[in-house]
Ligand binder design. Structure first.
Ligand SMILES: O=C(O)CCC(=O)C(=O)O
Length: 341
């Protein structure tokens, strides 16, 4: 706070950005429009397809695969050159050469006390919407071309992460418990939300590739909480509480540049990295701007809301944030026009 009691530093900057991004309630959203491809219909054929919209991008087989399984891998979608640029920017952030506004830089709990911040200690950078170089991922035309098939033409980039799974032969510090991403999202409908996750190097069972339970996107949102396994559990890494370890699972082995698109109810996670190298991925959750915020009070998401608000108000030194403020701060229109979100 400054001497007049007004927020200063990061809190003031956050306030300014919130005012800019989020018009007062009741006011019309900022009139921004970004051209669309005009190739994807905003509707789908009732009865036949539910999770994909009519489009001329996906083959019928690809559509059917996503409809049945809740995920779809597209080989070599992102170029080596782009991946190299993302890698370099991540390292600049780790080394504190740049400090993008609002970005959360998470370090391994054990390593942070022993070493200076570097690629060897940072396991995740999220909310990089203010970092031009990393945010390019969320605007890559070849990614948006596929995103449109799930969201329709008006697309918001809602949440972005670069995960650097650190070598971890026994500590289990970067195991990602099986979860549904919708647990974290206070907006709906779920079918108009999709994640794109791009491997920045080969991801397989040795270095902790994604693991999915095909078809679980057809189920409802399940209760989540901190897993009860031994070893460190990372902040906000919730998992499904009554998860059946014997459900059929697929290890999604991917080469550098391969991209998987998946539904926010698909149950997924990832194991430990048993190699001596890093396993990096870059991802973004997109939603149709026609999606709307929901009140999570008295729902399964209520406890998470409390935890997120507590973390965010500590980070920005603010007391009166609500979930919608946080999401408005992150969300960016990347195609089409802004409707609700
Ligand atoms: O990249 C990983 O290891 C897991 C990512 C994940 O589960 C997620 O993005 O929801």
């Amino acid at each position: 706070m400054d001497q007049r009691g007004k927020p200063s530093g990061p809190a003031a900057r956050l306030n300014a950005i919130l005012r800019h991004l989020s018009p007062p309630r009741g006011a019309a959203p900022a009139p921004i429009t970004i051209p669309t491809s005009a190739k994807v219909s905003a509707v789908t054929q009732p009865g036949r397809f539910r999770y994909t919209l009519d489009n001329d991008v996906l083959t019928t087989e690809q559509r059917q695969f996503y409809e049945e399984n809740g995920y779809l891998v597209i080989k070599k979608l992102v170029s080596d050159e782009d991946i190299e640029r993302f890698r370099k920017e991540f390292i600049r952030i780790c080394n504190k050469e740049v400090n993008p506004l609002g970005a959360m830089i998470m370090q391994d709990e054990t390593l942070r006390s022993q070493s200076v911040q570097s690629e060897k200690t940072v396991n995740k950078v999220q909310d990089f919407q203010e970092d031009e170089e990393l945010f390019r991922y969320c605007t890559l035309p070849q990614v948006l071309r596929y995103i449109e098939c799930f969201t329709g033409p008006n697309i918001m980039a809602m949440h972005m992460m670069l995960i650097n799974k650190l070598p971890d032969s026994d500590g289990q510090t970067f195991r990602h418990p099986m979860h549904q991403d919708l647990h974290y999202f206070p907006f709906r409908p779920a079918d108009r939300i999709v994640c794109s996750w791009t491997a920045m190097e080969r991801a397989d069972r040795n270095n902790g590739c994604l693991v999915v339970l095909p078809g679980t996107h057809k189920e409802s949102l399940k209760p989540h909480g901190y897993p009860k396994w031994e070893g460190t559990v990372n902040k906000l890494f919730h998992g499904i509480l009554d998860y059946d370890e014997n459900s059929p699972r697929v290890h999604v082995v991917m080469e550098k540049g391969d991209t998987v698109f998946f539904h926010p109810l698909l149950i997924h996670g990832s194991g430990v990295n048993k190699t001596s190298g890093f396993r990096k991925s870059i991802s973004c959750h997109f939603a149709s701007s026609e999606c709307y915020y929901i009140d999570v009070k008295d729902t399964l998401q209520e406890d998470l809301e409390k935890e997120v608000l507590e973390l965010a108000s500590r980070k920005f030194n603010l007391s009166s944030l609500d979930l919608k403020d946080i999401w408005s701060f992150r969300a960016r229109l990347v195609q089409g026009e802004r409707v609700n979100l």
